[in-house]
Design a protein around this ligand. Structure first.
Ligand code: BJW
Length: 283
């Protein structure tokens, strides 16, 4: 697929300006320019484990210390990272369009919020890295925006530790009693407030997205930095098409032409780093 030509950019700019109801779907590629790894592809490994395999409830029950080291590392990296041009471009679009733009993100890193994206126009489909909740079945304890790093002393990443995401460095063994425990029930382990495979997405969030969809036709869906392989998130592309939307994709790689999430005639495709391409296309 050829990168978008300048004529395409002009047609996109016009459509963007004329659109009164926009949906934006974000994925890990949005934060790639901020130095945070994506899930699939070369960067999607943490030590010898695929990020996909660690982001599961099964992994947490069998190796809570491994999974906590993975999330503690990602919290640490996300706190040090800064938003890039794409986060800022989307935050500005959201402010400019007001109720005429809704951003739905699969990302948990908090970078859109830190770029000043209005919270009322941002839906977090997969939770947040800085939310914690009790993993005990009947406790229900949860807390938002806990930025303590490390989350408990045993998980501290010291400067001399090197790159602990690399399998070259021996992984510390951490006793279960030193992992984060629930302050309410005292027995349950705390877990990150993110949505793992097989878990339900937050219902109120899904409702708000659904309501926005049903309030009227959608003029445009902007799809940025996502492989569009995880549902229900990926399904919003087709839902928006069905509500009349044209599709603009920002990605370093061309989506497969599989009919589903693939490109169609009339779509825009901006190939390259979203951190560079989005500010340019939004000018
Ligand atoms: C760049 C770039 C640069 C790189 N610039 N671009 C329908 C059909 C089939 C299956 C299902 C279905 N509905 C549900 C399912 C099951 C399942 C699912 O989707 N499976 C599929 C794999 C087939 N879904 C679920 O289980 C969901 N739950 C659910 O449906 O519950 C139902 C239920 C109801 C009631 C009760 C109980 C249950 C939950 C899904 C949760 C996903 N969780 C994760 C982990 C989150 C926590 C964490 O961060 O650790 O979410 S998995 C992981 O994938 C993470 C991401 O948000 C998500 C999506 O990945 P993303 O963002 O697209 O990243 P990548 O790496 O895949 O792609 C990056 C892209 O960026 C690439 O395209 C690059 O080219 C590009 N890129 N650099 C621009 N610089």
């Amino acid at each position: 697929t050829p990168p978008t030509s300048s004529a395409d950019i002009t047609s996109f700019t016009h459509h963007l300006a004329a659109s009164s109801r926009i949906l934006v779907l974000c994925g890990a590629g949005l934060s790639a320019a901020s130095g945070l790894p994506t899930f699939r592809g070369a960067g999607g490994y943490w030590r010898t484990h695929s990020a996909m395999e660690l982001a599961t409830y099964d992994a947490f029950t069998t190796s809570p210390d491994l999974v906590w080291q993975f999330y503690n590392y990602r919290r640490h990296m996300a706190l040090r990272a800064v938003p890039n041009g794409a986060h800022y471009a989307l935050a500005e679009l959201a402010r400019k369009k007001g109720r005429g733009c809704l951003t739905i993100t699969q990302n948990v890193d908090g970078l859109s919020q830190r770029a000043g994206h209005p919270a009322s126009r941002l839906e977090l489909l997969h939770g947040g890295l800085f939310d914690i909740k009790c993993s005990g079945f009947d406790c229900g304890y949860e807390q938002q925006d806990v930025r303590t790093d490390p989350i408990v002393p045993a998980l501290e990443i010291k400067d001399g530790d090197g790159d602990i995401s690399s399998a070259q460095i021996p992984l510390r063994e951490i006793a279960e009693r030193d992992l984060p425990h629930c302050p309410r029930c005292k027995t349950g382990l705390l877990r990150p407030g993110v949505v793992w495979f097989g878990e339900a997405l937050p219902e109120a969030t899904l409702d708000r997205v659904e309501n926005y969809m049903l309030e009227g036709p959608i003029d445009l869906i902007i799809v940025v930095g996502t492989s569009a392989t995880v549902y229900p998130a990926a399904g919003y592309i087709e839902k928006a098409r069905a509500r009349g939307a044209r599709v603009a994709v920002f990605n370093t790689e061309a989506p497969e032409r599989d009919g589903g999430s693939g490109l169609r005639r009339g779509d825009w495709f901006f190939m390259g780093d979203a951190g560079v391409e989005m500010p340019r296309a939004f000018e």
